[in-house]
Design a protein around this ligand. Structure first.
Ligand SMILES: Nc1ncnc2c1ncn2[C@@H]1O[C@H](COP(=O)(O)OP(=O)(O)OP(=O)(O)O)[C@@H](O)[C@H]1O
Ligand SMILES: [Mg+2]
Length: 306
């Protein structure tokens, strides 16, 4: 499948400060991609470049095969985006707001306005004034507005900010539905891992303008059965002999620091006990791989170790 959106080594420098330091990732049709990072990580800056609100310092953004720097008009037709809170006229109805925005876009029909209202589940309230809407409904009206011109990718910067749990759920459900039913590619940013897990197919973590990791949510939930661990020992050769006899299924790699093993967590004490019993000195047991959650906790300061 062809990606809808490609970021290729995207960079942004403002003044002398490099804020975005070379981001690369692809987003596919029907996929919800979560852009996760703490405050100040660079989510909004990246999104502003994607929708053409600020210039790109270096690198490229390609939307359905068209580079936004080379052919902005054509590329941007495929994007529906909400960067700041959508401005709505509170004393007009949801429908009147959509009609108003439709005037600024070519070829939006009455039917399309009805269709987008239904897509975000506002059909019953669309003729009520926006001032009577909950915050979640206003967000959904914003999404409806962004969908008017039939974009292939929807870009939402912190769409659940300020919503209560039921509002968050509304937005989440509609975002998922749009991706699944309409084949829309969606990028949503957030600083909440738990929320991203429920809404997204893949999550990319951004910290200080760099991508720390990209991972599928399914892998993310059941990963870490196997971890990579280094045993620092006084006699690796003897340890290797002992362990391969006692645990024949283990894949053991010997290097100048000791032994490296891929194993389940529960194996660590068993191996340690076996080494000690065989009078091998264990100087350290170090976990080498990290889960996306570990990395996120590290970048957000949730992990105080070290
Ligand atoms: N116009 C600007 N001039 C100077 N620095 C800027 C400018 N815009 C953003 N920054 C800096 O770039 C960094 C990234 O900001 P950005 O708003 O993209 O982060 P964010 O991930 O969206 O954060 P938040 O979760 O708070 O919305 C911050 O350190 C910010 O201070
Ligand atoms: Mg932001």
């Amino acid at each position: 499948m062809e990606p809808v959106l490609q970021l290729k080594n995207l960079k942004k420098t403002i003044g002398r400060k490099e804020i975005i330091k070379g981001l690369s990732f692809d987003v596919y049709p029907g996929e919800v991609f979560g852009f996760l990072g703490p405050n100040g990580a660079g989510k909004t800056t990246t999104i502003r470049m994607l929708v053409g609100l600020i210039s790109i310092t270096e690198g490229e953004v390609v939307i359905k095969g068209t580079s936004i720097t080379k052919n902005f008009e054509k590329a941007v037709q495929h994007i529906g985006g909400i960067v700041e809170n959508p401005e709505m006229y509170k004393f007009l109805t949801g429908h009147q707001n959509l009609v108003h925005y439709a005037r600024m876009v070519n070829g939006v029909t009455k039917e399309r306005i009805k269709e987008v209202s239904e897509l975000v589940g506002l059909e019953k309230r669309i003729h009520d004034k926006v001032k009577t809407y909950s915050l979640g409904m206003r967000q959904r009206l914003g999404i409806a507005q962004a969908l008017l011109h039939r974009p292939s990718i929807l870009i939402l910067d912190e769409p659940t900010n300020g919503l209560d749990p039921s509002g968050i759920r509304e937005v989440r459900d509609y975002v998922r539905k749009l991706a699944r039913k309409e084949g829309l590619a969606v990028i949503v940013s957030s600083h909440l891992l738990s929320e991203m897990e429920m809404m997204c197919d893949r999550i990319g973590i951004i910290q200080n303008g760099s991508l720390v990791g990209v991972q599928k949510v399914t892998e993310f939930m059941n990963e870490e059965r196997f971890i990579r661990v280094q045993f620092q020992l006084n006699d690796s050769t003897k340890a290797k002999t002992v362990l391969s006899q006692q645990f024949p299924e283990l894949v053991i790699e010997q290097n100048d620091k000791g032994l490296e093993l891929s194993l389940e967590n529960e194996m660590i004490p068993k191996i340690n006990a076996s080494l000690v019993k065989n009078e091998i000195n264990v100087y350290g047991i170090v976990q080498l791989t990290k889960t996306l959650e570990d990395r996120f906790l590290e970048v957000t300061g949730g992990n105080q170790i070290g």
